[in-house]
Design a protein. Structure first.
Length: 86
């Protein structure tokens, strides 16, 4: 583990090229899985008015950028909720 100060100068001395590193971005997914934490309407089990409408509903993390899946899930669930509230 690097600490502030002289240890950080180690990074400057490393001979690393772009192909030598991996950059990863993590988006939490599957933390409120539908069927386990929520019902099929995205309502948190045991509550009346608490809903999850993002990739937390997914059963497992997806291997793609989450922008389109989260927009699809949120739109679908929001429309279902709006229809129930009419």
């Amino acid at each position: 583990m690097l600490t502030p100060g002289d240890d950080l100068s180690i990074i400057d001395r490393l001979r690393i090229g772009a192909a030598d590193t991996n950059y990863v971005s993590y988006h939490p997914q599957g933390t409120a899985r539908m069927g386990e934490v929520t019902d099929s309407d995205a309502r948190v089990n045991g509550t009346d008015n608490l809903y999850v409408m993002d990739t937390s509903l997914f059963p497992t993390p997806v291997g793609v950028n989450t922008q389109v899946p989260v927009m699809g899930v949120a739109t679908h669930m929001a429309r279902k909720l709006a229809a129930r509230m009419r």
